[in-house]
Design a protein around this ligand. Structure first.
Ligand SMILES: [Zn+2]
Length: 123
C-alpha cells in the first residue's frame, strides 16, 4: 500500500491564482481614486491596509471559486462569506449564490442571485 503524503484539508492542490486585479480605492482623506498603492497619489495618505484588505478579499474569492470547482461547497460558502464581509460586490454575491445553490439552499441562492443581478442592464 502506497503511503499518501500528509495533506492540508484546505489545500486544493496547485491553484494558479491570477495576479490581483487592479482595484480602485477611494482615498478616505481626499477622495481621490487610487489604483496603485501604497500611498494616495494626491495627498500621500498611507492606503497600505486598504490595499492589503483588497488583496485578502481577492484571495478569498479565488479560493471560493476553486472550492466550488472541487465541489467543496462548505469551504466555498465560508470563503465567499468572508470575502463578502470584507466588501460586497456582485462577484461576492454571485459566489454566495452559487455556493448556496450547490448546497441545496435554493431559496437563499435565488435571493442572492436577485441581489447580484440588480445592476443596470446595458441599454
Ligand atoms: Zn488622498
Amino acid at each position: 500500500m502506497e503511503a499518501r503524503p500528509e495533506t492540508d484539508p484546505d489545500d486544493l492542490g496547485p491553484i494558479f491564482l491570477p495576479k490581483a486585479m487592479p482595484v480602485t480605492i477611494k482615498c478616505p482623506a481626499c477622495k481621490a481614486p487610487n489604483d496603485t498603492g501604497p500611498n494616495c497619489r494626491r495627498c500621500k495618505a498611507d492606503l497600505a491596509v486598504l490595499f492589503q484588505i483588497e488583496d485578502q478579499r481577492h484571495t478569498l474569492i479565488r479560493t471560493a471559486e476553486a472550492a466550488i470547482a472541487a465541489s467543496d461547497t462548505r469551504k466555498a460558502l465560508a470563503k465567499a462569506q468572508s470575502a463578502d464581509q470584507l466588501r460586497r460586490d456582485p462577484e461576492s454575491v454571485r459566489l454566495l449564490a452559487c455556493a448556496s445553490l450547490l448546497r441545496g439552499d435554493y431559496a437563499e441562492a435565488l435571493r442572492l442571485y436577485s441581489l447580484a443581478d440588480d445592476s443596470p442592464s446595458p441599454a
